[in-house]
Ligand binder design. Structure first.
Ligand code: GLN
Length: 229
């Protein structure tokens, strides 16, 4: 499954989160350490960041390691709210830039690490792609991010095999769920990182337990259990 990462804090470069760490998303694209499903994440990548209240994105359907232009420009992309992902497409899903996270509704950036049966999701003209994650993102945007936990529990009830690790940010808040896959948090002096897996061996990384909602505002991390059946 995919790997994703979010940052909320002082402005930092996209390169410092994605490319420079010894086990950052770049390395996770070909050699993830905690991936339970799939071997590598070569089916695309995306970075999104807030420029004031405006979400901006750069997405691709190619492997992250092959993109020389991104490597050149990423040190100049700086923001205090960033969502990035590398993708391992689920079987049957299209491989196209619009299927790479992060998705947006113009206010939030959102990534999905997991799998959900598209039959349990409503068709939406607002979905950016026909892949499961884009349909799920459209549903979550439609319900509102304040209902993220309820929406995840509801989708999981409709598809008990679903894996629903969501990561979403606006310019002042980071939200995530754990439902079937890994997520870790790191509190730094300048902000908070949430990531599918630690990007280095810093002992301060904390594993988030499964079936939780994580809300980050400033440097405060709130952990709320999600009740599923
Ligand atoms: N199911 C989603 C896709 O195909 C997410 C895949 C993943 O988490 N690896 O893109």
């Amino acid at each position: 499954m995919c790997r994703h990462l979010g940052w909320l804090g002082k402005p930092v470069s996209v390169a410092s989160l994605v490319l420079e760490p010894p086990n950052g998303l770049l390395v996770q694209s070909y050699s993830p350490r905690r991936q339970k499903h799939g071997l590598m994440n070569a089916d695309g990548w995306g970075v999104g960041f807030f420029d004031g209240p405006i979400p901006r994105r750069w997405r691709s359907a190619a492997p992250l390691w092959g993109d020389a232009s991104f490597a050149s420009v990423a040190p100049m992309l700086r923001s205090g709210s960033i969502v990035a992902a590398v993708r391992s497409a689920s079987v049957g899903m299209p491989i196209e830039a619009t299927a790479s996270a992060p998705f947006t509704d113009g206010h939030w950036l959102l990534s999905h690490n997991g799998l959900v049966d598209r039959a349990v999701l409503p068709l939406s003209a607002k979905a950016e792609s026909t892949c499961d994650s884009a349909l799920l993102a459209a549903l979550i945007f439609d319900r509102g991010l304040d209902a993220l936990g309820d929406t995840v529990v509801e989708v999981a009830a409709a598809d008990p095999n679903a894996r629903l690790n969501i990561l979403a940010a606006n310019s002042s808040r980071l939200l995530a769920t754990t439902w079937g896959d890994t997520l870790s948090a790191l509190r730094c002096d300048d902000g908070v990182v949430l990531a599918s897996e630690p990007y280095d061996d810093n002992p301060d990384w904390q594993e988030i337990p499964d079936r939780h909602l994580i809300s980050v505002i400033g440097r405060d991390i709130e952990l709320i259990p999600l009740k599923g059946s």
